[in-house]
Write a protein that binds this ligand. Sequence first.
Ligand code: SAH
Length: 395
Amino acid sequence: MSARIYLKVSREKSLLRKHPWVFSRAINKIKGNPQLGDTVDIYDSKDNWLARGAYSPESQICIRVWTFDENEEINEAFFLKKLSSAQARRDWFIEKGGLTGYRLIAGESDSLPGITIDKYDNFLVCQLLSAGADFHRYTLVSALKKLYPDCHIYERSDVDVRKKEGLLPVTGWLTEPQDSTECVIEEYGVKIKVNIVTGHKTGFYLDQRESRVAAGKYAEGKSVLNCFSYTGTFALHCALKGAKEVINVDVSQSALDIAKENVELNHLGDNVKFVKADVFKLLREYREEKRTFDMIILDPPKFVESKAQLTGACRGYKDINMLAMQLLKPGGTLLTFSCSGLMEAGLFQKIVADAALDARRNAYIVDRLHQAPDHPVSSNYPEGYYLKGLVCQVE
Ligand code: SAH
């Protein structure tokens, strides 16, 4: 029988709203001796069953809920059901967009806490971030093999957050090892090379798919500076929509090397350029040189990992946004993003407003961009909303 966890008086409220986390401070007593990742039953202080989840004693989030249905066991049938419904939720836009790369499971937002699964052509890349996800890895893989028999499955659990759960980083094949770890995915007619082993995260940033299309919409005839370009995919959409020139900037040479290959794959010309530089420094250099652009894209990495870093992150965001606005020609377009979940949309907009004041420019928000639909936000888990973008016309 699984261990029973009893909550303190009136600490069941979030579970009744189907939020999937139980914090250690909400726990009153534990009956049994649950180990890392074990499935436990959660009860309120009056002995009413509430949910079933994975136990993680070292984490502040002590339990992540698998199910709110008392009759549901956590076994292969459970994972088959969750994976199939996540796939079904995505079919409409995958088929419409001819997409061969998409996020199949976005953790808590797809009711599988701690599990990320990205599909790149016939590779499935899993990131197991929590004790429960790690515990059920073979059951999960077995379910994936049934649903995607032609796919090769690779694990990219090389992330720091595992430490909080008392887990070590893990990478490697979960099915038969393959010689090649590269593939080409299609995103609304654009071809993108992905390396699932050496690429960032699980290989690529699928969450910006819709924003890249939006960037293309604004790019015709423009000179574009694509900051934090990674493998240059914003630039591909811009160039294909007739941008005059696009400069990709990134600190990573290996990312820029793939960006060059992506330009060739899409038969684009030498109006797509590459600069290996620190964006913070390069924007200052361009300002000194009085260089200007019609459009600038700022898609920095996550600046905020914890609340303690928020103030520093605000400074970082304000700095690059101010510099970018100073480099824009009058009437130029700024696409600016924050992928930090802890940076709320309102605060991000305020930072961009402050940056405009400091740059002595007027910014008009003409569009708002968000994470792609394969990164949904469950209404019970608002924390799933993390990627915000503003399109500003800057005078
Ligand atoms: N826009 C990309 C994703 C960007 S991810 C896309 O659509 O795919 C963030 C990128 O910023 C990474 O490639 C990382 O190498 C780069 N980076 C991080 N800090 C940087 C800095 N200070 N200057 C330039 N690039 C940086």
